[in-house]
Design a protein around this ligand. Structure first.
Ligand code: C2E
Ligand code: CA
Ligand code: CA
Length: 742
């Protein structure tokens, strides 16, 4: 009976689904069941003979376990429960939920211990995995955040490497970068700082890294001892036995480098480890691309795409810094504004390609003329600016300007062998200890450049205070002019033109007037250039044209003789360079039902030369439609007679300066003769402008001019006063045969 019961207990013990053991007070196994043998991976024999609890425990668990067991064995406690780790002979770790209970003898003293062990390895593994995943997730989130904002890549790289060693059970992690020459790699970040760079330590897994780069996917080294794909001596030398690497992407889908982690023991690296490393590599890839994109953008936003020189923004930035420094220093700062002469001409006659090529060629030549510390920038089109700091004397800036002008002259234009480029330079100087605003300094240099241009090509000019007053006023006046055009504050006056042969008025010139609300009358010679420089001339020109035609229509409708006379309007060089001018003019005529041959457009030779192709096409189209063309201001500027043959001219207007010089210059007289001769041959008329004296009138008539215009006959008058002025002038001209009337 007793025997039966004992058998039953024995078999219950033996077959139990949990591991069971009877343990002696000395810690030795007395009985073990099948399950405990299975869980611990040991035979009954091993457990009963020799392998004590201490032997199968993990080293760091042993101490705690022993003291608890001793307390139990001493009868101080009756039981305890712990989750314990055991070493499986296959090298893996087994987790057991252990319960040890003391069995006492009849006297109550400790007899033996009953141990129970439940295999919770799978559960613990799942828990650990979940924990690790959570840690990985939060590390990834943190790194991603960092990757979005960190400007300094090495900081991100070292945070990444630290995260890997913290979270994964590896002893080393590192990031290596493919060298720009794509030959070999360098360590960007390692577990400790001596790993960074090109040191021997950095080359620990160069072959592994290169193999990864070549393959473009993760490469696992499970055990260095059996690795055959590439040499792993570097790993072995560092006491590492396993490692895994993943590629990190760089700019434009090119590889950036490789992220790796390494362990001292052979290791398979499970899917989770790989996934984390890959995710980290992806974060780095995104950061590398973002930083590259930002660098590109920054470069783009601060450089000119054609020449790669700094642009206006970067120049102003450097100028601001320079001015801040200059305030404390005993040096001069200079800004030189350089504008290529006749650049438009180069573009038009040789093509935009040639223009761009010239600008590209100019950049290095200008640089060579400068000191390394100077900043050469391209502002726009054919405008460059040069910032020179630390000049000892004002004259140094002039020497720099000379060198730059020489450099421009020496730049040959490809496919334009006979063309020698030149440039004009304006210089603005800031003296030692002076407070100045960067925008102002640049604008001053610009103003001086305009002055240099006016003085002729290939010159430089220093900004002076006279120009300063000019600039301030210019800005204010430009704003006022913009408003004046919008509000219709401009008006036209009309100056009669006298036909010598018929002794009567046969034409009018419309001249624009602006009465500034505070400053009073502003001469067109002042505000027309402003309008041209600041993009207002289009609106102004259209308004003048429409208003002049409206006036003509009103005179026609009123049945006045003026309605049938020629009406001249001035066309600015900027208007003439726009291909749509012809359509605009013809449209405006058609809208008003006016005949094109009642309209004369006055253009200057320099305006035509600015964009000869467009100007010629426009003028020819207008000429064919019947609009008449006058060449204005002949005698100032280039004034080439050859040009007269090429243009579809109806009228040539001799400049007032020319008329004045007739009294003193035999040469002027000869030229006027030649011009009037030519006019007869080519079939255009000649108008002498600015006739103020009777003598001038007689001389020009004698020299063959067909018409005269000037204060002698009539000043420009308001439209309402025009009919009366014409009547009086006509009467005077015919009545007494004398020209003086008003
Ligand atoms: P411009 O086309 O040569 O116009 C003739 C200028 O000479 C006018 O000056 C006129 O008033 C002035 N003038 C006429 N007779 C005499 C004279 O006997 N003695 C003197 N000293 N001057 C005389 P204004 O109106 O001041 O115009 C100056 C310039 O402004 C014009 O020169 C023209 O280039 C420009 N301009 C005037 N109105 C317009 C316009 O509507 N559009 C454009 N684009 N330019 C205009
Ligand atoms: Ca004119
Ligand atoms: Ca003129």
């Amino acid at each position: 009976m007793l025997r039966d019961a004992e058998d039953r207990y024995r078999s219950a013990f033996e077959e139990a689904g949990v591991g069971m053991a009877i343990v002696g007070l000395d810690g030795a196994f007395l009985h073990v069941n099948r399950e405990i043998c299975r869980v611990l991976g040991r035979s009954e024999d091993e457990l009963l003979h020799g392998t004590g609890l201490g032997d199968i425990s993990l080293p760091d668990d042993v101490g705690g376990r022993r003291s608890e067991f001793l307390a139990l064995a001493a009868g101080e406690i009756d039981r305890y429960q712990r989750d314990r780790r055991y070493r499986h002979p296959d090298g893996s770790v087994v987790w057991g939920a252990t319960t040890l209970a003391l069995v006492r003898d009849a006297e109550g003293g400790p007899a033996y211990v009953i141990g129970q062990l439940e295999d919770i390895t799978a559960r613990r593994a799942a828990e650990e995995r979940a924990e690790r995943r959570a840690a990985q997730q939060s590390a990834l989130a943190r790194l991603s955040q960092l990757a979005l904002s960190e400007q300094h890549f090495p900081a991100l790289a070292s945070a990444t490497v630290r995260a890997i060693t913290d979270i994964l059970d590896v002893s080393l992690a590192g990031l290596s970068e493919l060298r720009p020459d794509a030959e070999g790699v360098r360590y960007v970040s390692g577990a400790n700082s001596d790993d960074v760079g090109d040191s021997a330590a950095a080359r620990l897994d160069e072959a592994h890294v290169l193999y990864t780069l070549a393959l473009g996917e993760p490469v696992v080294v499970r055990d260095a001892a059996t690795e055959t794909r590439f040499p792993v001596s570097g790993l072995v030398a560092r006491g590492l036995a396993s490692g895994v690497t993943v590629p990190v992407g760089g700019e434009h889908d090119a590889p950036y480098g490789v992220l790796g982690m390494y362990a001292t023991a052979p290791r398979a690296f499970d899917g989770d480890d790989l996934a984390f490393l890959q995710a980290v590599a992806n974060v780095l890839t995104a950061a590398v691309r973002r930083i590259a994109a930002e660098r590109g953008l920054r470069h783009q936003s601060l450089h000119d795409p054609l020449t790669q020189l700094p642009n206006r923004a970067l120049l102003l930035d450097r100028l601001r810094l320079a001015l801040a420094r200059a305030r404390r220093e005993q040096h001069w700062t200079a800004v030189l504004y350089l504008d290529v002469d006749d650049f438009k001409n180069i573009n038009d006659s040789l093509g935009h390609g040639a223009g761009d090529q010239l600008l590209r060629d100019l950049a290095p030549r200008l640089s060579e003329a400068l000191r390394p510390s100077d900043t050469l920038a391209r502002l726009s089109g054919d405008e460059f600016a040069i910032l020179c700091e630390g000049l000892d004397e004002v004259t140094e800036s002039a020497a720099i300007a000379e060198r730059l002008l020489a450099a421009v002259r020496q730049s040959p234009i490809r496919d334009g062998a006979d063309f020698r480029p030149s440039a004009s330079i304006g210089i603005a100087l800031v003296g030692p200890g002076t407070v100045a605003d960067a925008d102002d300094v640049l604008r001053d240099a610009d103003v001086a450049m305009y002055r240099a241009k006016r003085a002729g090509r290939g010159k430089y000019e220093l900004f002076d205070d006279g120009m300063r007053a000019e600039t301030v006023e210019r800005v204010a006046l430009t704003n006022d002019l913009r408003r004046a055009i919008e509000r219709g504050e401009l008006r036209l006056v009309y100056q009669p033109v006298v036909q010598f042969a018929q002794r009567r008025v046969t034409a009018f010139e419309a001249l624009v007037r602006w009465t500034h609300p505070e400053r009073g009358e502003i001469p067109p010679g002042r505000f027309i250039p402003l309008a041209e420089q600041h993009g207002l001339i289009g609106a102004l020109g259209s308004w003048v044209l429409r208003e002049a035609l409206d006036q003509r229509r009103r005179w026609q409708d009123a049945g006045l003789a003026l309605g049938d006379m020629s009406m001249s309007a001035n066309v600015s060089r900027v208007q003439l360079s726009r291909p749509e001018l012809a359509d605009e003019v013809l449209g405006a005529l058609a809208e008003r039902g006016l005949s094109p041959n009642g309209l004369m457009l006055e253009v200057t030779e320099s305006a035509v030369m600015e964009d000869p192709d467009v100007a010629h096409a426009t003028l020819r189209q207008l000429g064919r439609a019947g609009v008449r063309i006058a060449l204005d201001d002949f005698g100032v500027g280039q004034s080439s007679l050859a040009c007269l043959r090429e243009l579809p001219l109806d009228v040539l207007k001799l400049d007032r300066g020319f008329i004045i010089s007739l009294a003193t210059s035999r040469q002027s007289v000869a030229i006027v003769r030649a011009v009037t001769d030519m006019a007869r041959t080519l079939g255009f008329s000649v108008v002498a402008e600015g006739i103020e004296t009777e003598a001038q009138g007689q001389v020009v008539e004698a020299l063959g001019c067909d018409m005269g215009q000037g204060f002698l006959y009539a000043r420009p008058v308001a439209p309402d006063a025009a009919p009366g002025a014409v009547d009086r002038l006509d009467a005077a001209l015919q009545g007494v045969g004398r020209t003086r009337v008003i």
